[in-house]
Ligand binder design. Structure first.
Ligand SMILES: Nc1ncnc2c1ncn2[C@@H]1O[C@H](COP(=O)(O)OP(=O)(O)O)[C@@H](O)[C@H]1O
Ligand SMILES: [Mg+2]
Length: 237
């Protein structure tokens, strides 16, 4: 569904991505792992058009999309849940969700239907729908960011560390939501520091090292979280 070949990108003169090759199949979840500061967020930012690649290609269902601005990528169905649970603090939960459907804002019935679907998926957001988003807990804000991305009816969803800084119970809830989305056939690309979580959810695993994928392979029982962490991420589990 999404392919990139020899993708390079960086900030100013500093190149961070040194030739990313990636194939994300339709349906299912692919995970990107790597230690802090290796460029995982940079990969996602480049794929959704927030950062312009300096070289290489990105194709979505056969169409070249590299170099398109973020709003064009969004209009083609790429949704992004950024690191850090960003929400519009002053707006209500409901208003934040409606912003997610901005590119099809004239479709009032569709938006109402999707809002109900998000509230069914996240009962806590329904309870707090009139609350200002700034008053939500970390877990609720993560759910709001995810719900907002779903309001766009994405063809593909990219998530940057959705489990970061959340209590284990909340991480479990997020994992359940992602599992449900995967079963519904949504294509997802997940960046995680939580290796066990990524291995529990992903069909494909990519390890980012020195600006490229050192390993890209199907997930399986022989991929052990502690080993991966120790040998490929340079962190003791
Ligand atoms: N906006 C930016 N301007 C300059 N350098 C940046 C910017 N964002 C990230 N970097 C640098 O790019 C590298 C990769 O960052 P990032 O993609 O955020 O890593 P990760 O998500 O794997 O922790 C880091 O060295 C970081 O300091
Ligand atoms: Mg990051």
């Amino acid at each position: 569904m999404l392919e990139c070949r020899d993708l390079t990108a960086g900030y100013g003169k500093v190149q961070i991505l040194n030739g990313i090759d990636l194939s994300v199949p339709r349906g299912g979840l692919s995970a990107i792992l790597g230690s802090n500061g290796t460029g995982k967020s940079t990969v996602l930012k480049t794929l959704v058009g927030l950062l312009k690649p300096t070289g290489g290609t990105i194709t979505l269902d056969g169409e070249r999309i590299d170099g398109l601005p973020a709003h064009e990528m969004a209009a083609r169905g790429l949704a992004f849940v950024a690191q850090g649970k960003e929400v519009m603090a002053e707006l209500s939960v409901r208003e934040n969700l409606i912003i997610g459907a901005y590119h099809r804002r004239r479709d009032r019935t569709g938006i109402a239907t999707d809002l109900d679907a998000v509230f069914d998926r996240f009962p806590r957001l329904k309870q707090r729908r009139r609350a200002a988003a700034g008053l939500l807990s970390g877990g609720e804000r993560q759910m709001l960011s995810l719900g907002r991305a779903l309001m766009a009816r994405p063809r593909m969803l990219m998530l940057d560390e959705p489990s970061a800084a959340l209590a284990p119970r909340v991480v479990g809830e997020i994992a359940g939501i992602l599992r449900g989305l995967r079963e519904e056939g949504l294509t997802m690309l997940l960046v995680e520091q939580n290796v066990s979580l990524a291995l529990a959810l992903a069909e494909e695993v990519h390890i980012l090292r020195e600006g490229r994928f050192a390993i890209s392979r199907a997930n399986g029982p022989e991929l052990d979280a502690a080993e991966l962490q120790k040998f490929y991420l340079g962190v003791e589990a």
